[in-house]
Design a protein around this ligand. Structure first.
Ligand code: AMO
Length: 453
């Protein structure tokens, strides 16, 4: 069976009189006297199909139409259908066209009632939406978010390919974690315990000694115990790593990536943004950079009790971003915090001397976070490329260099100085798509509470 010869968005007023075949779902049905109006939806949009008995038709044909109208008016919402109709100009209809219905085949009738309202404007609770995700994804708003995620991935790829990066695919079953052990997800692996990759960190670093400029867009797993709108047990990590580069070089790449994604969303995703009623922030480059020390001083002055050298929590970052925005020190809400205390960064982070913060000497590092308001979007650093220093950092953190030997030994053979960053793709969608929860930028989110669907 030929299911369709056009997509709904391809139907234009200029096609008046042409017979077309569309396939999709029953979005709405309304009976008005002898007429029945059917709204059909495919992934490109909706169109109204009007079924009426034609005046100049044989009795037999009139009978067929009457049956058809009866059938259409009883159609359960969300049934999959194929519709044949003739294009009619109608200035009252959205986009100025409708179809005069000629035939309809039910391809798969939906059960009633639906577990979730698809056409309605009433927002179901996020837990209900996610429990019924396949149905939820039929809602135009839900599709719009995933369309923007797809555009973001495309913008990132196109930009990095232009800069001569190679897209790589590193193993997702690994022997040792790189971001601290607590969040590792164990798996059985030929009689041994292995882990799901928390990050492609160690592999992307090794690849700088051959392919030099590499990036990856792939899932990463964290056994996150925090049930927040921003934490997933499985998220999509955008990772960049560059040889012969330091953190300033990769921050430039990162801010350009963010700007590209936003420009791309505006230029090619206008329809989806409109469905969501969202305007992404305006980003002018460079994105402002403040040091950890400056951030600490602002936070302290606002009355928070943070020890010099400690990481910041969400309440602190909320206040900090408010102050920075007031002072015009963000770009559309984005700002970098650079030069973090070495002790709160992973072992592979290069050190950068020390400074006095709040009267205390703190060892710093060549590292950064990119935040949007209170939310960390990305983090990165210059990496250590000297084996001895790496061994020291591992020991400092109570990790054994022996279990990292498979990684360390390659630092003996001309490992280049290198730098990079990792960015949560779903977190980037918070400003880009205007979502309030990263789960909405995920097809089928995995978190503390969800393993299906
Ligand atoms: P980090 O652990 O900061 O750094 O992670 C990088 C970015 O990944 C995103 N992210 C998450 N998103 C959703 N759910 C989670 N549970 C989650 N955890 C992290 C955040 C974060 O900024 N290897 C380093 C990066 C590097 O230096 O290259 C790393 O993994 O947006």
């Amino acid at each position: 069976m030929k299911y369709r010869d056009v997509l709904i968005e391809e139907i234009t007023p200029e096609m008046e009189g042409k017979e077309v075949r569309v396939a999709g779902w029953v979005h709405a049905v309304r009976r008005v006297g002898k007429l029945v109006f059917l709204i059909v939806r495919d992934f490109t949009g909706t169109i109204q199909v009007t079924f009426r008995v034609p005046k100049e038709a044989s009795e037999e044909e009139k009978e067929r139409y009457k049956e058809l109208i009866k059938k259409v008016s009883k159609l359960p919402l969300e049934s999959a259908v194929m519709v044949v109709g003739v294009v009619r100009r109608d200035p009252r209809a959205p986009r100025g066209v409708e179809l005069a219905g000629k035939d309809l085949v039910v391809l798969n009738e939906a059960k009633s009632p639906l577990p979730l309202d698809v056409a309605g404007k009433v927002d179901a609770h996020i837990d209900t939406r996610l429990a019924n995700r396949p149905m939820d994804l039929r809602r135009p708003e839900s599709q719009a978010v995933l369309r923007l995620v797809s555009l973001a991935a495309r913008a990132i790829r196109e930009y990095l390919y232009d800069l001569n990066f190679t897209e790589v695919f590193t193993p997702k079953i690994i022997a040792s974690g790189s971001e601290g052990g607590a969040q590792l997800v164990p798996v059985f692996y030929f009689g041994k315990t292995a882990y799901l990759a928390q990050s492609p960190q160690l592999y992307k670093e090794l690849l700088t000694s051959s392919l030099e400029y590499v990036f990856e867009i792939a899932p990463a797993w964290r056994h996150e115990e925090s049930d927040t709108p921003y934490h997933l047990a499985e998220f999509i990590s955008v990772d960049v790593e560059m040889a012969f580069a330091d953190y300033n070089d990769v921050m430039k790449v990162l801010e350009n990536v963010v700007k590209r994604v936003i420009d791309y969303a505006r230029e090619r995703g206008g329809r989806w943004l409109e469905v969501l009623g969202h305007r992404p922030p305006e980003v002018a480059l460079p994105i402002p950079r403040i040091t950890y020390k400056e951030a600490w001083e602002i936070i302290k002055a606002e009355g928070f009790d943070v020890e010099p050298g400690e990481d910041f929590g969400t309440p602190e970052l909320r206040k900090l971003s408010e102050v920075l925005e007031k002072e015009g020190k963000t770009s559309g809400g984005f700002y970098f915090i650079v030069d973090w205390p070495a002790d709160v960064r992973p072992f592979y982070t290069k050190r950068k001397g020390s400074d006095v913060v709040g009267g205390k000497e703190v060892d710093l590092s060549e590292s950064f976070d990119l935040n949007w308001k209170h939310l960390e979007i990305s983090s990165g650093s210059t990496r250590i490329h000297v084996r001895r220093e790496l061994e020291e950092e591992l020991k400092r953190r109570g990790l054994s260099p022996e279990s990292f030997e498979w990684y360390l030994k390659w630092f003996d053979y001309g490992m280049p100085p290198h730098a990079g960053w990792g960015m949560g793709l779903q977190r980037l969608m918070v400003p880009v798509a205007g979502i309030s929860n990263v789960r909405l930028a995920t097809t089928f989110p995995r978190d503390m509470k969800r393993l299906v669907p």
